[in-house]
Ligand binder design. Structure first.
Ligand code: BES
Ligand code: MN
Ligand code: ZN
Length: 491
């Protein structure tokens, strides 16, 4: 599918489906649209009345116009109230139109949406993202594609001529989001620590960035006892992945991104019981997926920022070599951890990754992790929890997420709750009481960062969706990639 830019007036566009955005308070047809309606004998006015169309955000209606016309169908898409227009509204409206056009077997689509905040580049980028994210289909594991129907071949963004750079940017970001989606959706017999490392290697080779893969022995030398404790029951070797993007000149700033990379989480000897969703635990590398997706996008965008992409990849399995509940592990900063629950494994792998990132001398570290069910209980499935003691990093991430259209909500880092992790025998336990479980998890992570500004995103909810939601189809969402890219690009 090719996205094209043109300033063709509505009345002159020819093709299968012409889609037009309308605001909730202005469903009357004016200007070009009134003329278009006239050209087709008032069909739009009739359609709007018949369907009682009020232009609620992302609602769509469409009609066939008379045979032999230069266009076959007209799609109307609602944009909600004009003063509430966000980039995300355009992203989702474009996605809704793309879904209708595809269903209607349109090969070419013309799309006319208003500018967001008078900014054509941001507008074009958001629309191009929405269309491409909505049309993405994962057919890797089907022996035959289910829908063999016509594909959309071209989309003309009307009124956005000259915005080629914005489309390129959208394509780079979408390639990262779709990589994350593919990594998360693939089952644990496909995406393993080995294949995650291979994916990182492929990014490094294709886009010319640095890579280092630390093997088990390398991690032993660094004293990564927490990460290796989790890895010890797996038949697969752990892989500590470190990709580095360096700009040509002096970097404006240096950042590190860490992703939890559990390619499967059985729970370990505290095995996940009935109803715990063990069969969905291939998603437990959603943080690593977003990290690698962001690496792919950043390596193409080439900002003047140095970025480290890190994941301590392994599985949490059971075997004769598995951690016993109660084992004491020593992390690479010398701190000792009593493992009172082997299912709180993510924080153990992140502990050593945080110590490693903290030593890189970067300006900020952010980790993304499908860390706790408690965070999903707190915020629901669409919203990530943001935990950081640093107000500046918090507002950077809030802004990055807002324009990306990815939802997050800042949670408190209540120091007193660390008492819940007190151990009688080691420096800390890895698990606290049931209540406030996402907060104690974040407080645990904080123990492994010295002075570097740091934030943790608990993405256990939003990396997956059970049903179609905006431009996301049921399945992996690629959550985090767009926020990370925006954050890296921000001042
Ligand atoms: N990977 C899970 C968290 C998770 C839950 C991710 C649901 C995605 C969806 C994590 O390793 C885990 O098992 N957390 C435990 C922590 C508990 C043992 C303190 C949890 O949330 O129950
Ligand atoms: Mn677990
Ligand atoms: Zn886990």
């Amino acid at each position: 599918m090719k996205i094209q830019l043109s300033n063709t007036p509505l009345l002159e566009w020819a093709g299968d489906s012409l889609a037009i955005g309308l605001f909730e308070d202005a469903v009357e047809l004016t200007g070009e649209l009134a003329k278009l309606d006239e050209q087709f004998g008032g069909v739009l006015k009739e359609l709007i009345a018949e369907e009682e169309f009020t232009a609620k955000a992302y609602s769509t209606i469409f009609t066939r116009v008379s045979a032999g016309s230069p266009i076959r169908k007209i799609i109307l898409v609602g944009l909600g109230k004009p003063d509430a227009l966000k980039l995300e509204t355009l992203r989702r409206a474009a996605a809704a139109v793309a879904r209708v056009a595809k269903k209607q077997k349109s090969k070419n689509l013309g799309l006319s949406l208003p500018l967001w905040d008078n900014k054509p580049a941001e507008t074009a980028q958001a629309i191009a993202e929405g269309i491409q994210l909505a049309l993405y289909q994962d057919i890797r594991f089907k022996s035959e594609p289910e829908d063999k129907g016509a594909k959309i071949e071209t989309v003309d963004l009307l009124g956005l001529a000259g915005q080629e750079a914005a489309i390129t940017r959208a394509n780079q970001i979408v390639s990262g989001v779709n990589l994350a989606r593919e990594l998360v959706a693939a089952p644990a017999n496909e995406v393993t620590p080995i294949t995650l490392a291979e994916t990182a290697q492929a990014i490094a080779t294709e886009h010319g960035i640095e890579i280092q893969i630390l093997e088990r022995e390398d991690c032993e030398k660094l004293g990564m006892g927490a990460f290796l404790g989790v890895a010890q029951a797996s038949d697969l070797p752990p892989k500590f992945i470190h990709l580095t993007y360096k700009p040509a000149g002096t970097p404006r700033r240096k950042l590190a991104i860490i992703g939890k990379g559990l390619t499967f989480d059985s729970g370990g000897l505290n095995i996940k019981g009935a109803g715990s969703g063990i069969e969905t635990m291939k998603i437990d590398m959603g943080g690593a997926g977003a990290t690698l997706g962001a690496a792919k996008a950043i390596a193409q965008i080439k900002p003047d920022v140095e970025v480290h992409f890190i994941s301590a990849a392994t599985e949490n399995m059971i075997s004769g070599r598995a951690m016993h509940p109660g084992d004491i592990l020593k992390a690479s900063n010398g701190k000792t951890i009593e493992v009172n629950n082997t299912d709180a494994e993510g924080r153990l792998t992140l502990a050593d990754a945080l110590v490693y990132a903290d030593k890189l001398g970067v300006d900020a570290v952010i980790d993304l992790a499908t860390l706790t069910g408690a965070c999903v209980v707190a915020l629901g499935e669409d919203i990530a929890g943001l935990f950081t003691p640093d107000d500046a990093v918090a507002s950077q991430l809030e802004q990055a997420a807002e324009s990306a259209g990815e939802k997050l909500w800042r949670m408190p880092m209540e120091d007193k709750y660390f008492e819940g992790l007190k151990s009688g025998i080691a420096d800390m336990k890895n698990t606290g009481p049931r209540y406030g479980g996402s907060i104690t998890a974040a407080l645990f992570l904080k123990q492994f960062i010295k002075d570097t500004p740091w934030a943790h995103l608990d993405v256990a909810g939003p990396v997956w969706t059970d049903k179609e939601n905006g431009y996301n189809s049921a399945g992996a969402t690629g959550y985090g990639v767009r926020t990370l890219v925006n954050w890296v690009m921000s001042d």
